[in-house]
Design a protein around this ligand. Sequence first.
Ligand SMILES: C[S@@+](CC[C@H](N)C(=O)[O-])C[C@H]1O[C@@H](n2cnc3c(N)ncnc32)[C@H](O)[C@@H]1O
Length: 492
Amino acid sequence: MMEIVKQPADADDAAGFGGPPLCDAEFHAIRDLLYEWTGISLSPAKRNMVCARLAKRLRHHGLHSFREYYQLLQDDSLGLQERQQFINCLTTNKTDFFREPHHFDFLRDPIIATLQTRQVRRLRIWSCACSTGEEPYTLAMILAEHCPRSQGWDTEILASDIDTDVLAKAQQGIYPAERIAPVPEAWRRKYFLRGYGAKQGQVAVKPELRHRVKFRQINLTDDHWPIRTTFDVIFCRNVLIYFDRPTQSRILERFTHYLTPGGYLFLGHSENIHWLAERYRPLGGTVYQWRCPHDTPAPSVTVPARPIPPSLPEYSLILGDVKTASQPAILKTLLGSCVSACLYDPEAGIGGMNHFSLPGSSDEGTNTRYGVHAMEMLITAIMKQGGERHRLRAKVFGGAKVLPVTSERLNIGARNSAFVQKFLATEGIPIEAQCLGGTRGLIVRFRPDTGQAWAKPLAPSDLTDLLRKEEEFGRQLQTQVAAPADDRITLF
Ligand SMILES: C[S@@+](CC[C@H](N)C(=O)[O-])C[C@H]1O[C@@H](n2cnc3c(N)ncnc32)[C@H](O)[C@@H]1O
């Protein structure tokens, strides 16, 4: 196991490292700052470690006491820059290639083995406390071996950490040669380059493996994670131990918004989450599966920015349309306050899109009837092509507040969004990604055979035309709604 050498950890006496002593009050103040910024809870036993690791920061700034250093951290300009150094000093980054190897066996079988039988072979993995990169590169080797692109696999690995020093090392992918001892001999030759001359004794991850991993700085305790997709697998190993129970619960709860239905969570060997058994089903060996209740609110995420295949035929939908396809194609629509549900069956490779709006009637029954009709039209059309209702997944878009609204009751966008979310929850169709609400129109493209979707804000000129159509459509609906409510009201 390797630990980035910061300062000797858990030293007996900080004074032995050339630093000033750390009194109780200073330790408590520093401990509270670390907790606030990272969620890391330090026990009193870590006092000497803190003292030893921060001593170099004091020397760097020519400070003579921890009180001065604490004051510097509070400083608006210098403190902000120092904050990251402070965090980097106090994280513990122990890791290894193939650490807890049974986890990688489980990833191969059953996870990859099951996906292999599907028509859409998509696998997204997040290593959320990746340290110096050994964990995500181990994952990358497994995917390189078992999920070849030539067999239609679409895989991605996101690796993140709060510590910018370890992230820089991870991105470089250069390690002392002995670090790759746990890697099978044949894979060492296949995925690593040996250093010569000045680089003797080092190995570098080959670019083709390095490029399989995207590194980002993400603080797990931040309110916002800059993530725009959902994952089939999250590796969150050996980091929860540093957090207290409320912090652990908050993070684990949020993971459910970033896991695909039935997605897997891998924890470290000494971590267990038995108190969240309702959320995560224990599968043994600290592997868990999200139980995915359909009433879990979906995250406010858009889908990843991947290139749109240029050669596919593109079909445009307007308000009231429903379209499906089992062949590679792009369905496109422009949305203001309307919503578009994009549904697909990943196993059959069939999907479709609708584009609708509730009439905005004061009678909720009328609104619901219109919405249900639009959704059922789409589901029926997908099933006619061979899709299965119970396998459907959804991506939903639109519902922006683009029309002038005098009261929340008249906020058609919000009504549309709430309707589509409620409908899908009731029907047990999981929402994989959504971009609902806001104040800007959207242009959405959807590839029904793979479920990929792209959404971007509309240019103001496109929005003007769209608004005119939406207003006109709203007026038509109001006339129809005012008519006696009977079976003659059909919209699409
Ligand atoms: C012991 S390492 C685990 C590495 C790897 N997952 C493994 O099991 O081998 C813990 C990592 O968690 C990171 N960490 C600590 N607090 C964090 C936070 N709030 N957000 C993200 N990462 C954090 C540390 O920087 C450190 O690199």
